[in-house]
Design a protein around this ligand. Sequence first.
Ligand code: TNX
Length: 470
Amino acid sequence: MTFPLVPWPTSVVLLESAGAPADAPVEVVTEQGHGEEGYALRIEAGAVVIRASSPAGVFYARQTLAQLAGPDELPAVDIRDRPRFAHRGMMLDVARHFHPVSTVEAVIDRAASLKLNVLHLHLTDDHGWRLELRSHPELAQSASGTSVGGDPGGHYSIDDYMHIVEYAAARHMTVVPEFDLPGHTHAIGLSHPELLAEPVITDHIREITETYGGGGLPEQGVPYTALAVGFSSFQADAEGLETFLREVLGEIAALTPGPYLHIGGDEALGTDPADYRRMVELATRIVAEADKTPVTWHEAGVADLPPGTVGQYWGFRRPSLEGGEEGGEDARRARSFAERGGRVVLSPADAVYLDMKHEADSRLGLVWADGPTSLARSYDWDPATVVPGLAEEAILGVEACMWTETIRTPADVDEMMFPRVASAAEAAWSERAGSPERTWESFRERVAGLGDRWEAAGIGFHRSAGVDWR
Ligand code: TNX
């Protein structure tokens, strides 16, 4: 019998004795030896005992308990559990479509129930600047009125942001804020045209604009609402760029208790390569000087980044299929972070991009990452075999990404997040080898069992093919 546990624990032993009633009191014992996030959970003869070395461990034991608590009694089991990776994340893009604090809270609750511990907020993009800063209130004021397709916009006040950070912390999640640069910066040009280059309009951008609609071609000083990427850029020589970056990155660093600050660095297709390197080097240096660890998308691996900078890989889950044993350029750039003493967060786009369509005829989602992405495919990969030559110690963790070009409402978020986020959670937490339950066959059964729990929690998940949803 397989319990509906996701992510699957390090070890699960069935006990001979009776279990416990679903509402049995829980005894919590704090003791050494379970690691920063691990725990032991023993259910036996009417008693439930959690042992852990930290509040996070107790919290994760309670998530496991919640998954075990069906309509009947709790089974008699002895569970030992600790995560494989330290960084287990979910990214939410609040720039393409703004999502209010209540949706962010729901995402935190849902992610934490699967033992994720990082919420990466993509706060800025061509479409909007979603955080009102004291140093630069004009950014949110001028560039948060709309979303993709001309949908309503919005932004967070500093109090909202602090609330999100605290709400996440109470659920053992760290917020990683991202200000994306030097591309994805069109929104900044609404109040600071002097910092931006003229939009670079390629045939590709014309094509996307015509195919997907949602607005016209990018125009400096006009809010952007269509779907193209890669046309905007800071000007490396703009007077005031360094001061601007120091003020903006300094303020978000001061507001953020967590150790990381993400500066983007993706898809700067219209930026001269030398200028690109200078700008990501400047931004990461400013972050390091503010005593935060910089995080960038893997493209920035070409630059001379501060030691310890974390790279976020968003290539495909098997780059070796295209690039041979060493993988292609994406893999090479990802490895460069490890060579500098940093680590890598894996977000293979053809597996854990939650904005890819589930099926070819899905209402929501994109398909560029070899989509549609089935639940089976989102599960079928292992962190150790994504970037060839990247040692297990160099992998900081796994992050599922929800870009929101097509994702507008809380129900949309649920439908795209579930069940595929469960695949990412298991890749991030569970051991690769050793457990016979780390298979698609086991996962599809366990996820089916969780469907009831999700429904009871009001989560409108997608009924993915390949799972016998009850
Ligand atoms: C690529 S992956 C992007 C985003 C888009 C996303 C849509 C990455 C770092 N950048 O700008 O929103 O594709 O799937």
